[in-house]
Ligand binder design. Structure first.
Ligand code: FNR
Length: 418
């Protein structure tokens, strides 16, 4: 209500309200390289378009005259209370947008009370962001490294800094065919951006110490430039506590080389999920599920939830949109099994549709990165609050007073098949 009234009183917002305008404003603020990495997707970006189009095809059936003005859209997931069924999706290499970006996002999350999911590819060590978050909840997103010791080290660090779930992303065992990045010949990681979880890790540093950076064969030699070294030194200056001395004795070049060699494991299988289940008590979510059979396998391997996602169209171009994949997956999994969803959420009504089709919560992706580019911390906060206000108004105007009432009866069946 405060935002609505502020808007009506002529107060200038930090970010545009409409998704299309927000995206355009972000593009104007970012370098061509940063824009390509943040906004881009795989190949011809068919799935990016599909993600957004899927939402516009589904129609809500608003219910009138409910005779009750109460509303409460809080929810519980894995025994954790959420004020709204929304978390911020993990986004790596955010430091492309501004130095210390992950910390800015963490402070925004703290101010609005929305959980943050630390990316394994963040530009700031999770321990630092955890401090910035205060008591606001945080999860950790994991990529399965070629080193199981490193995987376990990440999990232990996540436990220690108060993460209340592990999100294992399984759709990025190889980096997708990112046509825009390829055209510019630019990848942030080769410049030392987005590798702080690694360079601040004792196991990673031990691997460097033992020369493992060059031991893994077959990986392309990253091009390390002066900019790479400058970025790493900047990172070190910002977070002196997080870096083992030897990394900088042995040269940052080794850090980038080791990172590109081991950040992800193309041989990942369900066995690793079973193994991970035995290593931690934290809830485990599998992110990147698009098929009902994989959803079942995730559950059978001991996962506590899944994130239906095509990674914002950045991995398999032509992959089904998350929203289109949701219905069959919900039908397959027993009802209480938590399903989260991302990819293409751009408005409050998008959130409503996802909940109505059976998901328990959503992850907000690119829009908060756009908000960061346009308005810094305030920009992130406004993007989140605008989204939540839009969602709450949509739900209430559609006659729903809580998340339980947002069910399949709220969606026009014909819009699903048509
Ligand atoms: C991502 N995403 C992602 N996912 C993940 O598990 N770990 C990561 O490090 C990243 N990094 C990342 C960087 C950038 C620039 C983007 C845009 C996305 C995927 C992210 O969590 C989420 O699945 C998508 O962003 C959802 O799509 P939309 O809604 O952003 O289009």
């Amino acid at each position: 209500k405060a935002i609505f009234l502020a808007g009506m009183s002529g107060k200038r917002p930090a970010v545009p309200f409409q998704a299309v305008e927000l995206r355009r404003a972000a593009q104007q603020r970012l370098s061509a390289r940063a824009w390509a990495y943040i906004d881009g997707g795989a190949s011809d970006e068919v799935s990016i378009t599909a993600n957004v189009n899927a939402f516009s095809k589904v129609s809500i059936l608003p219910r009138m005259m409910r005779g009750d003005a109460s509303s409460d859209f809080s929810t519980r997931l894995f025994g954790q209370d959420l004020a709204f069924p929304l978390l911020l999706a993990p986004i790596g290499a955010l430091d492309l947008i501004c130095p210390g970006a992950d910390r800015v996002v963490a402070r925004a999350c703290r101010n609005v009370g929305i959980p943050m999911i630390f990316s394994n590819q963040a530009g700031t060590p999770m321990e630092t962001c955890a401090q910035d978050l205060g008591n606001t909840s945080r999860w950790f997103q994991l990529y399965w490294s070629k080193s199981d010791d490193l995987v376990l080290s990440f999990v232990r660090r996540a436990e220690t800094c108060g993460c209340s779930a592990i999100v294992l992303t399984v759709d990025t065992t190889l980096l997708g065919w990112r046509s825009r990045d390829l055209a510019l010949g630019y990848l942030p990681f080769l410049r030392g951006l987005g590798i702080a979880q690694y360079t601040s890790d004792p196991i990673f540093n031990a691997l460097i110490e033992h020369g493992e950076g060059t031991a893994v064969s077959g990986a392309p030699k990253p091009k390390v430039t002066l900019a790479t070294i400058r970025n790493l030194l900047q990172l070190k200056a910002n977070y002196p506590g997080g870096f083992a001395q030897n990394l900088f004795r042995k040269a940052p070049l080794e850090a980038v080389r080791l990172f590109t060699n081991i950040y992800s494991n193309p041989a990942l299988s369900w066995e690793q999920v079973i193994w991970l289940r035995r290593q931690t008590k934290l809830p485990i979510l599998i992110k990147g599920i698009l098929r009902p059979d994989d959803a079942l396998k995730a559950m059978d391997a001991g996962a506590d939830g899944i994130v239906v996602s095509n990674h914002g169209g950045r991995q398999v171009d032509g992959a089904i949109s998350s929203l289109s994949a949701l219905k069959a997956i919900r039908k397959t999994l027993p009802k209480p099994f938590p399903i989260l969803l991302d990819s293409g959420i751009r408005s409050g009504s998008d959130i409503f549709k996802v909940l109505a089709l059976g998901a328990d919560a959503v992850l907000l992706g690119r829009p908060y990165a756009y908000g960061l580019a346009v308005g810094g911390q305030l920009g992130v906060e406004e993007v989140i609050l605008n989204m939540l206000n839009d969602f709450e108004l949509t739900a209430r105007l559609a006659g729903c007073r809580n998340v339980q009432e947002i069910d399949e009866s709220m969606i026009d069946d014909q819009s699903l098949t048509g």
